[in-house]
Design a protein around this ligand. Structure first.
Ligand code: IPM
Ligand code: MG
Length: 362
């Protein structure tokens, strides 16, 4: 049956990188017989400019009808002064919530060809392969009550709520253990159980889930230590499972270990495997429209989509190999370029990946 993919280019460099990823999907359709149909929708600032809302009803409907959603990025300076509810970022949170994509998979993989791009010593990061599983639809991002109130003395007070129920913790922990089984069978759960009751419960529930996975080793780490260990000895980690906000922070840190945030994809999955796929870099408005953005994170997000939502693990591997092949050819966009290496544009990088895919076919 033909699978439906909703494509949401969004803002900034989103449309540029998504165009290259869509070309990869097109190539898989025409040359590899992948039964997929692409539909397009508006999200973020692009949607606000047309509909006055960052996440229009139409986009929500299309997202629910699709088997997977490919999103570029949202946000830009021109929308920064809007009220929070109308900001492009709100669309991202709204999409995550409406699709129920509670498990956010953020791999931090160091491509051997890019070892010199990391700010850490090559021996510290060589062979790095971490999977961060970030809880995505709960915690302090969504907890109520929230807001800014005025106290009796006239002073304003901002407040948010960190809240996790057992079932929310359990389902994301299960995902992390299942993924660990396909890897090095190690899970590190990151919390702040020494201070925050909500994460004391987190630790208890993750430990309980671990009982069902005797073949996987579980460790616990406080988030401050985890942040330190990620730069001290990152290769000790296999799968990290953590809360929404800790995962937000640690995944940026882990991304930088690999040298370029322009290389890293992500998948956000619900119970049924439906997913939202996006590069982890943002909309980078400063370089938008110049053809300098790296499309590989979005192309690798397509690979994750093939693996997790479209049940095409072989094609997923092909896309990843094609990305490896263009790096072997020495092609570099500005973000991963080193002295003496030829620099290619967004479009040239995308074309090279498609060419590498075609070459594997012949
Ligand atoms: C991310 C981003 C988002 C988040 C923002 C844009 C809302 O930082 O996906 O990591 O905090 O989740
Ligand atoms: Mg973030």
């Amino acid at each position: 049956m033909t699978k439906k993919v909703l494509v949401l280019p969004g803002d900034g460099i989103g449309p540029e990188v998504v165009a290259e990823a869509a070309a990869v999907l097109d190539c898989l359709r025409t040359d590899y017989g992948l039964a997929v149909e692409l539909e397009y929708g508006l999200v973020g600032g692009a949607a606000y400019d047309v509909h006055g809302l960052p996440l229009p009803e139409e986009t929500v409907r299309l997202a629910h009808e699709a088997d997977a959603v490919l999103l570029g990025a949202v946000g830009g300076h021109q929308w920064e002064s809007l009220p929070i509810a109308l900001r492009p970022e709100k669309a991202l949170l709204g999409l995550r919530a409406t699709l129920g994509v509670f498990a956010n998979l953020r791999p931090a993989v160091l491509y051997p060809q890019l070892a010199s791009a990391s700010s850490l010593r090559a021996d510290v990061v060589a062979g790095l392969d971490i999977m961060i599983v970030r809880e995505l639809t709960g915690g302090i991002y969504f907890g109520e009550p929230r807001g800014v109130r005025t106290l009796a003395n006239g002073e304003r007070q901002g407040f948010n709520t960190l809240v996790y129920s057992e079932s929310e913790i359990e389902r994301v922990a299960v995902r992390a253990f299942e993924i660990a089984r396909t890897r090095a069978r190690k899970v590190c759960s990151v919390d702040k159980a020494n201070v925050l009751e909500a994460t004391e419960l987190w630790r208890e529930v993750v430990t309980r889930v671990a009982g069902r996975y005797p073949d996987v080793t579980l460790a616990h780490m406080y988030v401050d230590n985890a942040a330190m260990q990620l730069v001290r000895a990152p290769k000790q980690f296999d799968v990290i499972v953590t809360t929404n906000m800790f995962g937000d922070i640690l995944s940026d840190e882990a991304a930088m270990l690999t040298g370029s945030i322009g290389m890293l994809p992500s998948a956000s999955l619900n119970e049924t495997g439906r997913g939202l796929y996006e590069p982890i870099h943002g909309s980078a408005p400063d370089i938008a429209g110049q053809g300098v953005a790296n499309p590989l994170a979005t192309i690798l997000s397509v690979a994750m989509m093939l693996r997790y939502s479209l049940e095409e693990p072989i094609l997923a591997g092909r896309v990843e190999q094609a990305v490896g092949a263009v790096l072997d050819q020495g092609l570099r966009t500005a973000d991963i370029q080193r002295e003496g290496q030829p620099r290619v544009t967004t479009g040239e990088m995308g074309e090279a990946v498609v060419a590498a895919l075609r070459a594997r076919l012949s």
